[in-house]
Structures are given as structure tokens and as C-alpha cells.
Design a protein around this ligand. Structure first.
Ligand SMILES: NC(=O)c1ccc[n+]([C@@H]2O[C@H](COP(=O)([O-])OP(=O)(O)OC[C@H]3O[C@@H](n4cnc5c(N)ncnc54)[C@H](OP(=O)(O)O)[C@@H]3O)[C@@H](O)[C@H]2O)c1
Length: 273
């Protein structure tokens, strides 16, 4: 992406955290951002800030945990005649806790938003993006590189996002369309508290990245090459380490890093983290 021509960029999960900050950063480049999330009031406030920053904003409220939501977003984009250059699949949520204690609704919400909606939106928009030499930017996570005890379903959804993105990057290489996965480590956003109080006390969350570090990496990913961009040098080293260590070791280390107070509680009652 260059500054010479403004782009039309659809961002899911644009009502807070990384999505909000990325929308404002792209607005400063003069881009037209299409803001998607459930919270209409928040989206309208952010749209106003985008316009103040010289960008153009369109608000499209949608609940991506509902079947048919991706199709409805696509239909609305087409109805408004918006010619998308970039799709940013950023909306996502995670829950922290023992797998068997998770309410079933939490599991399906993570699967729908993080996996199903992301896949459906990509599938719907790729034919159009191919004609625009466009980009799909999927927000994965460094959790994608290893299993994630206590965030097992969330980790599995992000492993899916990473695998899908890298496969599509290779599939469309040379076509003009680029698919890229951005992998932040822990980031200080509302995501952390929404995931559950224990996550903040886990060892992995001692030094979270700032949102602006993630946005800089996202902009670099849009302007760059390659299928994957990991945010931060330490996160990059840990992701490489996970590739070479034995799977059992990696799973147990990941459980120790994520476990926090929950792991300490379970180990004090005799079970292993
Ligand atoms: N924070 C971290 O530590 C971290 C680390 C690595 C990767 N990530 C990933 O980064 C992405 C952005 O997360 P964030 O940290 O910026 O968290 P956040 O501030 O909680 O933002 C999540 C966004 O997703 C939207 N969303 C959630 N459920 C939705 C639904 N059913 N339908 C439509 N939109 C929905 C939220 O909007 P509404 O509530 O208004 O719908 C919000 O805009 C996620 O994919 C997350 O997995 C985060």
C-alpha cells in the first residue's frame, strides 16, 4: 500500500483496541475505512475521529457471531458500491479458563467470530480483491505457534487463522492479491480483561506490547511482503523456538506461561498445570 492513492479498507472489530487504532492510523493516510463491530455508538464516535483525521468513514454494525453476518456485511458493502482494497479480519475474542469449565456459548462464540466469520469474509471478498491487487490482513496471534493450555480454544482458532493465511498467501502468490497474518503477542487492550481476570496474572502478560506497536507492525505488514509478521523481537524468538522444541515440552511450557494464578492453584491441589 502506498500514500499515492487512498484505499478502501474494511476493518472488523473496529470499535476498540487494535482495530480502532488501526482505523485512526489509516485515516491519517487519507484512507476510507469501513468500520465493522457490534457497538454502533462506539463506531460512530470512531468514525467522527476518522473524519477529523482527514479520512473517510463508513459504519457497518454487525454481530459476527451470528450465522449470515459475513454475507450481510458483504452485501451491504456491494450495495453501497464500495470497492474494497483491503480486508482486515481483526474482530476476535478469547476466554481464559479450564476447557471443561467454559460455557458452551463461549466456545461457539470464539469459533464463529475468530474462524467462521473470518473465513467467510475472506471467501466473499477475495474474488473482488483479486481484481484490485488487494490485501487480506488477518490478525492472528503468537499463541498460534504452540498449543495454549487455559486458552485452548482461542489458541486453536488462531492456529487456524495462521495456517489459513499462510496457505492463501502461497495460493495467490503472483496473482497480485496478498494474504498476510499479523501475530501480536500480549497487547494491552480491553481483550485482556474480557478474556477473564486470571489472564492478567499469567506469566505471559508481564510485558504486553502497546497498541501503537501493533499498529506500526500492521501498517508495515500492509506495505511489506511475506505471509507472516510477528510483533516484537522476543515474540519472534519464542515463535521460532516453538518450532524446534518437542511438542510435549512446548505444550507444558505454554501452560506454565499462561497458567498464572490458576496453574498455581491447581498445582497446590495436586494436579499438574
Ligand atoms: N490483546 C491481545 O493481547 C491480543 C494478542 C494477540 C492477538 N489479538 C487479536 O487482536 C484482535 C483485536 O483484539 P483487541 O486486542 O484489539 O481486543 P478488543 O479491544 O477487545 O477488540 C475486539 C474487537 O472485536 C469486536 N468483536 C468481538 N465480538 C464481536 C462480534 N460478535 N461481532 C463483531 N465484532 C466483534 C469488538 O467489537 P464489539 O464488542 O463492539 O462487537 C472489538 O471491536 C483479536 O482478533 C485478538 O484475538 C489480541
Amino acid at each position: 500500500m502506498t500514500n499515492s492513492k487512498s484505499k478502501v479498507v474494511l476493518i472488523t472489530g473496529a470499535s476498540s483496541g487494535i482495530g480502532e487504532a488501526l482505523a485512526l492510523a489509516l485515516a491519517k493516510r487519507g484512507d476510507h475505512v469501513v468500520l465493522v463491530a457490534r457497538s454502533l455508538g462506539r463506531l460512530e464516535v470512531i468514525a467522527e475521529r476518522v473524519r477529523e483525521a482527514r479520512g473517510i468513514a463508513t459504519v457497518l454494525p454487525a454481530d459476527l457471531s451470528k450465522p449470515g453476518a459475513a454475507q450481510a456485511v458483504f452485501d451491504e458493502v456491494m450495495r453501497r458500491g464500495l470497492s474494497l482494497d483491503v480486508l482486515v479480519n481483526n474482530a476476535g475474542l478469547g476466554h481464559f479458563g479450564a476447557f471443561h469449565e467454559e460455557p458452551a456459548a463461549h466456545l461457539s462464540e470464539q469459533l464463529f467470530v475468530n474462524v467462521v466469520a473470518l473465513t467467510q469474509l475472506s471467501h466473499l471478498f477475495v474474488p473482488h480483491l483479486l481484481t484490485r491487487r488487494g490485501i487480506v490482513l488477518n490478525i492472528a496471534s503468537t499463541i498460534a505457534f504452540q498449543p495454549a493450555p487455559y486458552m485452548s480454544v482461542y489458541g486453536a482458532t488462531k492456529a487456524f487463522v495462521l495456517s489459513l493465511s499462510e496457505a492463501l498467501w502461497a495460493e495467490y502468490r503472483g496473482s497480485g492479491l496478498r494474504v498476510v497474518a499479523l501475530c501480536p503477542g500480549p497487547v494491552e487492550t480491553p481483550f485482556i480483561d474480557a478474556a477473564g481476570a486470571d489472564l492478567r496474572s499469567s506469566r505471559i502478560f508481564k510485558r504486553p506490547s502497546t497498541v501503537s506497536q501493533v499498529v506500526s507492525a500492521a501498517v508495515a505488514a500492509l506495505d511489506g511482503y511475506g505471509p507472516t509478521r510477528i510483533v516484537g523481537t522476543m515474540n519472534w524468538i519464542m515463535a521460532q523456538g516453538a518450532r524446534f522444541a518437542p511438542r510435549a515440552f512446548t505444550a507444558r511450557l505454554s501452560g506454565w506461561l499462561l497458567g498464572g494464578s490458576r496453574a498455581r492453584r491447581t498445582s497446590s491441589t495436586g494436579s499438574k498445570a
